[in-house]
Every structure is written in structure tokens, then in C-alpha cells.
Design a protein around this ligand. Sequence first.
Ligand code: FMN
Length: 263
Amino acid sequence: MTASDFTGLLAAHRSIRQFHSRAVDHVLIDQVLEDSLHGSSSSGNLNMVSVIKTFDTERKAHLCKLHFDQPMVLQAPLVLTFCADSFRSRQWLAQRGARLNFGNLVSWHVASFDAIILAQTTALALESLGMGICYMGTTLHSMTEIAEYLECPDHCLPVTSMVVGWPAEAPAQRDRLPGAAWIHSERYRRPSADDIDRLFSAREVNGWNRYRSMGEDMVREMDEKGITSLAQYYTSDMKYPPQEFERDSQKLRALLEAKGFLP
Ligand SMILES: Cc1cc2nc3c(=O)[nH]c(=O)nc-3n(C[C@H](O)[C@H](O)[C@H](O)COP(=O)(O)O)c2cc1C
């Protein structure tokens, strides 16, 4: 693969939420996952990750509920759940009479980063084969329930999931904040109010238009709630309500404690 092939792969990225019924090959998926771990950096090369594949229709239906009923979970032939996992490493340490470690907040971060890095490498590898993926942030909000359903042991928690399949849609490319907003030279440069106006202007228009084009019900609800900008929409009860983030943050703290990452 040349550099321009890789640039082309990045440019072709779209989150895919509609899939053909065509199955994805089990052997191919295992190969992609193994290649992706080889192709990902891993902290200390400890490989503190686990990936749980869900192909089974009934089990996907259960996962779908935990993912806030997102229909793509039912439609996609495969759900991959990426876990931060120091359970296996700790078992290995114990069996070798080594000092136990990796049951603390730092290890949670280390294992989570490994899991996220692996997830993104896997995403690119699958996209390079023509498959489509979409991450599910709902993993964070249902972490307790997903961990329980997938029978994750102590020191192992799902950090992200993605649906995988053959794309049955070709959505337009979505914009991002311009480089000037987030690429800094030598030190952090705080944006002024004018910078914020300028840097968010395209996102504000594109994002607003996208949500407003999602149907009459959506527009009516936004209007009823007095939402007049993309920023207001993002923290409204329609998108990312602060009170739910606060509640789920408490849940996450309790879960990290229960699973041995926050002694
Ligand atoms: C961590 C993470 C969680 C996400 N969660 C969801 C989700 O729950 N549902 C969904 O439809 N898309 C989800 N997405 C996809 C984003 O909405 C998508 O990446 C973004 O809108 C940009 O679109 P693009 O990926 O097509 O460029 C998630 C993406 C990331 C990185």
C-alpha cells in the first residue's frame, strides 16, 4: 500500500449504519483482528485487551437493547466489543509468582488506550477490505450491563464497540473542525471568542443543517425545546444531556471500583 492509498482509505471513511445481509467471514475477522494487534502499538507490549465477537442473532438482539436500541446492531452481521483487560495479565503474573499489578487506575488507562488503539486499527483494516463499521459510544453508558452480559471478569471492561458488515449505504463525508482549531505549534494556544466564531462556523452550519434535515418530528422537538444552535442541541436532552453524563460518570466510578481498577 502506498502513502496515497492510505490517504485514499482515510478519505473514504464513513460511519456505516446500514448493512447488506451478506455474512462476514469468521476466519477473515479473526485474521483481521490478529493483524490489527500486530499493527498496533501496545503499552509495554502487555496486550491488555480482549475483543468479544457477537455473531449470534439473539445475542445481538440483547446487545441492541443495551446499545439504546440502535437498529444497526440488529442489521450488522457482527458486533465487536473491545475490552480493557488486565485480568489475563494478572492471572499470568500470579501463575509465575510475580508481584501483582495492573489493578489500579493507571492500568485502567493503559488497558483502555490499548483497546481503543486496537479498535481504530481494526476499523481501518476492515475498511481497507471494503467492509463498513460504526462505533457505539453507548458502550460507555451501558458498560455495567454489557460487561455482565458478556461475562467479563474483574479487571476487564468493555470500552468501545463497533458494528461490522458490508455497507448498504454510501453516506456523504462529514466535516471536521479545521486543523487551526486543534493543531498547536510548540504550546497550547487558547482560542479567543473571535477564533471560536471562526473555527466553529462551518461545523455549526453543517451540523445544524444535518440535524434539521432528519425529519419534521426532529425539527418540531428542537423548536419546542427552544434549541436555536448546534451547541445548544449538543447538550440538550435530545443529544447529550449533562445530567445523564453525570449519572453515568458515577456509575463508571462505581464499576471501576467493583471491577478492581479503583481500589
Ligand atoms: C467513540 C465513538 C462513539 C460513537 N458512537 C456512535 C453511536 O453510538 N451511534 C452512532 O450512530 N454513531 C456513533 N459514532 C459515529 C460518529 O457519529 C461519527 O464518527 C461522526 O458523526 C463522524 O462521522 P463519520 O465517522 O462518518 O466521519 C461514534 C464514533 C465514535 C468515535
